[in-house]
Design a binder for this molecule. Structure first.
Ligand code: BDP
Length: 728
């Protein structure tokens, strides 16, 4: 009773304040905090458009009743009630213009009259088909597919048409994924810390699972399904064997149950030494019969919990993780043993190619290729070799990994990193789709011109039987999921590119902005300008002209070009930039480490030749004197300094453009991004000053006139120390 009186009082007070114009009630009660991601479903603002949409959706005929169809139905009604502010009636027959028919061909008999067979054959098991048709002489729209998951994807696409202001007339959309496996990799530990995670703790509340199911798990699944992500690896590649024990499998089962209706399979990372650690065996040798039996039994056990378990992701013999080489075996021996254990249930193994060893004297960039190419064709059918986009480690810019194109008989899976380990964490705005695209569009020349990385991983080049892309997630339990509101764009664009690598970074940015921020064309263009230039800005103020790995030791936060003399040489900055009085850069040509010889001849020739090597990769492949003449006619030193200063300028421009958006987007996110951009500006200056002063010791050349001078001497920057850096 008392509560009622209190809330009545509060309502009256609010009403008075609203009448007086003192409180904008929407903002007061519901800040746009980013939780809803790109699935905001706010009312369509343009009245004309809204009226047209309403005419296109007057009644709904939903058929089927699986959990996936229920999820699709729920999503549709949630979307329509928000976007169009209507609850269309569900009917069984088309009786007026504007009917929406949704369901698989098998559950929707009316559709069999429409002659859709050839279209449905084309879209496979996950594609969908949205078409304007006439039924009973009435205008109708059908959303159909061969499977319930296809229907769900179709519903999300239909809602997106409205969210992005597109017409619903004369539709004829046939859409299907180009890759079979579109998977997020969570580097989440069982204690809920996230390796290289900058958005809070892990979403998975292991302690409360399986009894408490956070509603957020469903929203996570919705977001993934909306972009077609169909798998999630729940645990860190630096694996803990405990995830394979019954107590944890029970928890995994609960999550799998939530994700299943959304077409998402669950995968786990395995610790190669699990048979010893939790199985009591003396060895984990993959050729040992007892070990093989242990994994078979373990897999059978997992399938009793999760009948559609996806399989294993494995990091082995890399950065101290155990693996088959501990027993004198190779990667194929290890992968095949696990593949055999899951094969009969349709499971797969994603075996990572991220291997390098500081005991091996060769260039780190060459090691994965050297270890894996001899194993081409030696893996079981259900094994992917998962390869990072570049040969070192998710740098702001890397040339494509030479393994792409080099393993025609072994399906290669792309691994991108969405979490910004090397791109300023969740404080820097960096839209990564241009980075992903740069790699996907690179020509490997594996079968002559046009053999792009995208064609390798979509399986078309070598006729792989499966194809896949993995994205190391940038998601945590921060209210807005990704820490930086623009981090959401990296999750979104990853999903879109895994669905179709041919999409452009720009078109993805546009749809994301429309759904996440606004349809207003002026604001849209300003945000697009910020987003599209953002990654290049980061490259410029961190690692321009092909430099790499200049980040702080171990945590990778902030500049550390001076990092040297650590326990592993290949974890220092000096290993990568090799700056000295003679010049700067890593010589990977035939007079250096010969890493270039791992590329197909036309690529090698292009990159080896200073006239044709794109300057963005220059110091990745060449060690050059400070006085080297660049295309700009400037010396290498001047050009390098120019890039560092340009990077800071670009961030300042991003700030200005963002400021111009005041009033066009909600206040909460406006203020949040504004603050984050000012951190980014501060840190960009820190990067610029640190790197320019550090390299100047070797170039012994002045910072060209006209540039603002660093505020402090080099020693100041070298002494900066950061404690408790997240994600480490
Ligand atoms: C590096 C990260 C490290 C990961 C490793 C990997 O610094 O935390 O464990 O990659 O991919 O980027 O295995």
């Amino acid at each position: 009773m008392q509560r009622f009186i209190l809330s009545a009082k509060l309502t009256i007070t609010l009403k008075i304040l609203i009448t007086l114009g003192l409180v904008n009630v929407c903002q007061y009660l519901k800040a746009e905090d980013g939780y809803r991601l790109w699935l905001r479903y706010d009312k369509v603002e343009n009245a004309q458009q809204l009226a047209a949409y309403k005419q296109s959706v007057t009644q709904v005929l939903f058929s089927g009743n699986s959990p996936t169809i229920s999820a699709a139905r729920k999503e549709l009604f949630q979307g329509l009630s928000g976007l169009l502010q209507l609850q269309p009636t569900e009917t069984k027959t088309v009786s007026q213009n504007g009917a929406l028919l949704i369901g698989t061909i098998a559950t929707t008999p009316i559709l069999s009259e429409l002659n859709l067979k050839s279209s449905l054959e084309k879209i496979g098991t996950e594609g969908f088909f949205i078409k304007s048709v006439k039924i009973n002489q009435k205008n109708a729209t059908i959303i159909t597919a061969n499977t319930d998951t296809g229907v769900l994807y179709g519903v999300f696409h239909f809602l997106k048409l409205i969210q992005t202001g597109q017409s619903l007339s004369n539709l004829s959309i046939e859409n299907s994924p180009k890759l079979t496996h579109r998977i997020l990799n969570h580097w989440d530990n069982l204690d809920r810390t996230v390796e290289r995670g900058y958005a809070g703790f892990s979403l998975w509340e292991w302690h409360k699972l399986p009894d408490y199911l956070d509603p957020r798990y469903t929203d996570y699944a919705r977001a993934n399904a909306s972009v077609g992500i169909n798998g999630t690896v729940l645990t860190n590649v630096n694996a803990n064997a405990l995830i394979l024990t019954p107590a944890f499998l029970e928890k995994v089962k609960a999550l799998a149950g939530i994700f299943r209706p959304y077409g998402i399979k669950v995968y786990l990372t395995t610790r190669f030494s699990a048979p010893v650690e939790i199985g009591g065996l003396k060895t984990a040798d993959p050729l040992d019969a007892e070990v093989q039996m242990w994994w078979k039994k373990k897999a059978e056990e997992i399938y009793t919990y999760i009948p559609d378990f996806g399989g294993f992701l494995v990091k082995a013999n890399s950065e101290g993780q155990p693996g088959p080489q501990n027993y004198g075996r190779n990667h194929a021996d290890g992968a095949n043993m696990l593949a055999d254990a899951v094969a009969s249930k349709g499971g797969i193994v994603m075996w990572r190619a991220f291997v390098y060893d500081d005991k091996v004297p060769d260039d780190r960039a060459k090691q994965a290729y050297n270890e894996f190419t001899p194993l081409n064709g030696k893996f079981r059918k259900n094994v992917f070799v998962q390869v990072k986009n570049g040969a070192i480690d998710f740098q702001p810019r890397e040339p494509f990994h030479p393994l792409f194109g080099a393993m025609p008989q072994t399906p290669l899976m792309m691994e991108f990193q969405l979490t910004q380990e090397y791109l300023g964490f969740a404080t820097h705005l960096a839209y990564l789709a241009p980075l992903f695209k740069e790699c996907l569009d690179s020509d490997t020349y594996a079968k002559g011109k046009g053999a792009t990385v995208a064609k390798v991983i979509d399986g078309s080049l070598h006729k792989y039987s499966m194809s896949g892309m993995a994205g190391v997630a940038n998601i945590g339990n921060d209210r807005n999921w990704t820490g930086h509101p623009f981090g959401q764009a990296n999750w979104y664009s990853y999903g879109r590119l895994a669905w179709n690598p041919a999409l452009s970074a720009e078109e993805i940015a546009e749809e994301w902005i429309q759904m996440t921020f606004t349809n207003d064309s002026k604001a849209l263009n300003s945000i697009k300008e910020i987003i599209m230039g953002s990654r290049e800005a980061v490259v410029n103020y961190m690692t321009p002209l092909g430099l790499a790995h200049l980040m702080g030791y171990s945590h990778h936060y902030g500049p550390g070009p001076w990092v040297s003399n650590k326990k592993r040489d290949d974890w220092t900055a000096t290993y990568y930039h090799k700056a000295d009085s003679a010049g700067i850069g890593f010589n990977r040509t035939s007079t250096g480490s010969k890493a270039l010889s791992q590329y197909f001849p036309p690529v090698k020739a292009q990159l080896e030749n200073l006239q044709t090597c794109p300057e963005k990769y220059l110091l990745w492949f060449h060690h050059l004197p400070w006085t080297h003449r660049m295309k700009s006619e400037k010396t290498l030193w001047e050009d390098l300094v120019g890039h560092y200063y340009l990077g800071v300028e670009q961030v300042r421009n991003m700030q200005k453009t963002w400021d111009s958006l005041k009033g066009s987007i909600d206040e909460y996110r406006f203020a949040q991004v504004k603050s984050l951009l000012s951190i980014q500006e501060k840190e960009a200056v820190l990067w610029r000053n640190s790197c320019v002063l550090y390299f100047q010791q070797f170039s012994k050349m002045p910072i060209p006139a006209g540039y603002e001078k660093p505020a402090h001497p080099l020693t100041y920057y070298e002494k900066l120390e950061y404690k408790f850096v997240p994600g480490n």
